[in-house]
Design a protein around this ligand. Sequence first.
Ligand SMILES: Cc1cc2nc3c(=O)[nH]c(=O)nc-3n(C[C@H](O)[C@H](O)[C@H](O)COP(=O)(O)OP(=O)(O)OC[C@H]3O[C@@H](n4cnc5c(N)ncnc54)[C@H](O)[C@@H]3O)c2cc1C
Length: 387
Amino acid sequence: MEQGRGTWGIPVWGLPLAGPLGRLPERADVLVVGGGITGVSLCRWLGPQAVLVEADRLGAGASGRNAGFLSAGVGHCYANAVRRYGRQQAAALQDFTATTHRLLAEALAGRARGYRQRGSRLVPVDPEEAQDLEESAQLLREDGFEARWDGRQLIRPGDGELDPLEVVRVLAADLPPGTIREGVRVERVEAGTEGVRVQAGGQECLAGAVVLATNAYTPRLLPGIRISPVRAQMAAAPAPDGLVPLPTGSDRGFRYWRQRTDGLVLVGGYRNLALEEEVGYEAVPTARVQAHLDRHLRQLGVTEPANHRWAGIMGFTADELPLVGPVADAPGMWVCGGYTGHGMAFAFHCARLVAEALAGSRPPTCFPDFFPGLKGRDSRSAHPPSG
Ligand SMILES: Cc1cc2nc3c(=O)[nH]c(=O)nc-3n(C[C@H](O)[C@H](O)[C@H](O)COP(=O)(O)OP(=O)(O)OC[C@H]3O[C@@H](n4cnc5c(N)ncnc54)[C@H](O)[C@@H]3O)c2cc1C
């Protein structure tokens, strides 16, 4: 593998800002654990009753390490989602993620320089994928969504792209002072009759409710939660402007690339060629996957070596749908995560559902109840035991 200039392990978005460290509050109406896109979104929807604690810095997890695709839909294409979840549910999920995009763009209000809505494209690697994408375009149009197949690729004009760390910072900047407490690693959460007891660094907090916005890290606090840590890797290299026309996905979601306005081409994926290695909590790039990313950059026509290589940890669920809702047998405890590699498309809207349920303006339901009849889901999988 070519050893590029620059940094090994540092995302192209930069490192989270180091500010003063915080403390666990003694009491909180709602304590949000985790300072990624989910945590800051929850605080935005919850209002001044929320306090957020983050083990590291805001955006230190997957939210500061992702590719920045803001793409509607679940899974790798709409035809696949229809087969897997049913037509009506696939349409509802498509609509849900399109709404995430609209709500997020409204909240950013032109303040995120990295945000653009130019659309995206899906490029097939074989005839079977081409057939799926052509069918997806037709199904999407029939269901009222914008999409077209031009014989080579599926174009989705509504999709967006962003600098994910910038988005976390912009949302966080709107929160009341004192909401965010960085450097507070929660060690224990325990639901009881008076509320949820939370312990961190020798301090204790009694919270009316706790929302775990810890995505892949959630089972470390509640081992019964069925979210699995899966690693994704990326590389970036400088290139002449206009090399990559649109944010692009391919090989059933296992490859993705886009170009920023400063010319940097970002390439990610290839996890499918090292499935057994790309699991767990080590957010470090590996030579094996990085070699595939290098080859991909060359194939795109990038001649400069990569100057950023990094990895992050995603939270996967068995049915690839978010795990959002109250935790069974643990009054006051909630989970909001498990986006299976699509958190930018889900988190802001999922956070709103949780905030509304906590405020009593919607029943304390979980994600599948919002989409009646979702295939392969029952209330047990969405309300996992905390044991
Ligand atoms: C390389 C890569 C590319 C991706 N590309 C895309 C993409 O293009 N589009 C897309 O939609 N999604 C993408 N994703 C997925 C997306 O990044 C995630 O779904 C999303 O960021 C999850 O956000 P989150 O806030 O739930 O979790 P995270 O951002 O992981 O945040 C969880 C936070 O919890 C904190 N934490 C953990 N344990 C504790 C504790 N005990 N106490 C206190 N704090 C704790 C962590 O430090 C972390 O900051 C990608 C992911 C990766 C890794």
